[in-house]
Design a protein around this ligand. Sequence first.
Ligand SMILES: [Zn+2]
Length: 92
Amino acid sequence: MNEALDALQKTIAEAEQTVDTAISLVDRLQAENKQLRAENERLSADGIHTCHDQCPRYACVLRRERDAALADVERLRQALRVLPFKDGNKYE
Ligand SMILES: [Zn+2]
């Protein structure tokens, strides 16, 4: 019985580490997004144009990639939020 509990606690500890790693990745992505946003602002400042979903301008491609990455980050954050072990060691 104790072995099963030990194994469960080990699994939980490993899962917590995985979540911490994922959160670090999210933080890094958001920092990169901030840089891209600033670069996008700079590049966008060079004129008004007719933009569309497949607009090939570098700034517009970056903006679409940024929006997609932000959506991914938000989905990941939501997924991490529902994991029970992030609120402490509920299993102990
Ligand atoms: Zn455009």
